[in-house]
Write a protein that binds this ligand. Structure first.
Ligand code: CMC
Length: 428
């Protein structure tokens, strides 16, 4: 059996044999298929990249039909069970689980880089008191490029590593400052005695006590949520990171763009949208009417459906379990009952079954975050902290991939044919 595809162009009667590698043909191989010398050659039309692989990657593997997610080959369930966010971030960025010494070195570096330049605080203070923390977050990440001009040396390994340390370490500090700014509380400096997640909780919620007492259940729950959100291959924000990075800009500028992509309600803003939806539904008795509206095309059931998963999102299963542990500490989120009933009804309804719409990662995560004391506006920021490791790994993979160039899709022009300019006083 030959690994080729034979194509007959019925416009010319010519036949072409295209190589197939890893289940794909190269779109550039279609360019030779022409009707004549003037013809540009055949293109593929794939809005929203529904069936186009934009890269080769070794970072995350997803089987959407079977509900499988792996980072560097390790199942997400095992990482959520046994790993920490920092260890998983190391795995995602460097490709292998760290040895004990490597993990200690990595943790020391991240701990050392948690502080922000004092002028960054001034940048953040310039925002209105009611600025959305995600807007503050992405603007601040972008501003980093002006504080670290050495980040432009993207083809120097030591410089790249420095930015990796800075980014992973500093994003929780930016997030916490954005939050404190929004509630008018003084910023809390990082505490070196605390874990990555424990310190984040301290920077968010510490009041006047000398030392913040971290609740271990909440610390672990947040760490698990960070593990689950660390990477998800070529999603909208990661594609943005790669696309912007392909112009060889510094990683902070590229990541500001990735964070902007994550801000949208169809991506990282979905868990905020889920909570707003649950609040709007308000009571279990209102669910049937809500489902009817969704089926009539008036709005979506937020937290349901996924471009890749056509079965239960494996992350959603883990989050559902984590929710129970968190609610044991915080008390149950009153919206949980509405969410559970909504899921039950939707999973029995032909509209959702036939379209293979199942709960995704965002359906329950917002309920946990809210119970832990986060305002809804912080949800996409939490996602961004976790996804930073994935974005960086994907950015670096793109930079070092000899197949990659600056991203530049083609288009099919459907506008007006050439016409002559008409002076304003002669237009009808
Ligand atoms: N509620 C109701 N109908 C839906 C939903 C939904 N949540 N999602 C998809 N559909 C319907 C859609 O109307 C369409 O129906 P029809 O074939 O009759 O026109 C069909 O299912 C296919 O939808 P699509 O829009 O072509 O699917 P997509 O792959 O472009 O969209 C999605 C994927 C995640 C944007 C979409 O499912 C959605 O909007 N979900 C709600 C938002 C959400 O939860 N987003 C978080 C995604 S997971 C976290 C992340 O990766 O960021």
């Amino acid at each position: 059996m030959a690994d080729t595809l034979t194509v007959t162009d019925n416009r010319t009667g010519k036949q072409y044999e295209l190589p197939i590698k890893d289940g794909a043909i190269r779109a550039m191989d279609l360019k030779q298929i022409k009707t004549g010398p003037e013809d540009f050659g055949l293109m593929t039309y794939d809005p929203a990249f529904m069936n186009t692989a934009s890269c080769r990657s070794t970072i995350a593997y997803i089987d959407g039909d079977k509900g499988i997610l792996e980072y560097r080959g390790y199942p997400i369930e095992q990482l959520a069970e046994g790993s920490s966010y920092l260890e998983t971030a190391y795995l995602i960025i460097f490709g292998e689980l760290p040895t004990k010494a490597q993990l200690e070195g990595w943790t020391t570096e991240i701990t050392a880089h948690r502080l922000l330049h004092e002028n960054i605080k001034k940048v953040m203070e310039g925002f209105q008191y009611d600025a959305h923390p995600m807007g503050v977050f992405l603007a601040t990440v972008g501003a980093f490029s002006t504080f670290y001009p050495d980040a432009k040396q993207i083809f120097e390994e030591t410089s790249r590593l420095k930015q990796v340390h800075r980014l992973v370490a500093k994003v929780p500090t930016i997030a916490a400052y954005a939050f404190r700014h929004s509630i008018g509380r003084p910023y809390v400096y990082p505490d070196d005695d605390l874990s990555f997640t424990g310190n984040f909780l301290s920077m968010l919620f510490k009041r006047t006590e000398l030392k913040y007492k971290v609740n271990p259940v909440l610390e672990r729950a947040l760490d698990v949520l960070f593990i689950l959100h660390a990477d998800h291959e070529q999603n909208c924000s990661t594609s943005a990171m790669r696309t912007i990075g392909s112009s060889h800009v510094d990683p902070y500028s590229a990541m500001a763009g990735a964070a902007a992509a994550l801000y949208g309600p169809l991506h990282g803003g979905a868990n905020e949208a889920v909570l707003r939806m649950l609040q709007e539904i308000g009571a279990i008795s209102n669910i049937p009417a809500f489902i009817k509206k969704v089926k009539a095309g008036e709005g979506r059931l937020m937290g349901f459906g996924h471009r890749i998963y056509k079965s239960y999102d494996p992350r959603a299963k883990i989050i559902k379990r984590t929710a129970d542990q968190v609610f044991d500490v915080t008390g149950k989120n009153p919206l949980l009952d509405i969410a559970l009933e909504l899921e039950r009804i939707a999973l029995e309804d032909d509209y959702f079954i036939s379209r293979k719409l199942y709960p995704n990662v965002d359906f329950y995560s917002g309920l946990i975050y809210q119970a832990m004391g986060f305002p809804m506006t912080m949800f996409p920021v939490l996602f961004a902290i976790a996804r930073t490791s994935g974005w960086i790994a994907q950015w670096e993979e793109m930079l070092l991939d000899p197949d990659q160039k600056i991203t530049r899709p083609r288009q099919i022009y459907t506008g007006a044919k050439r016409r002559d300019y008409v002076a304003l006083n002669k237009r009808g």
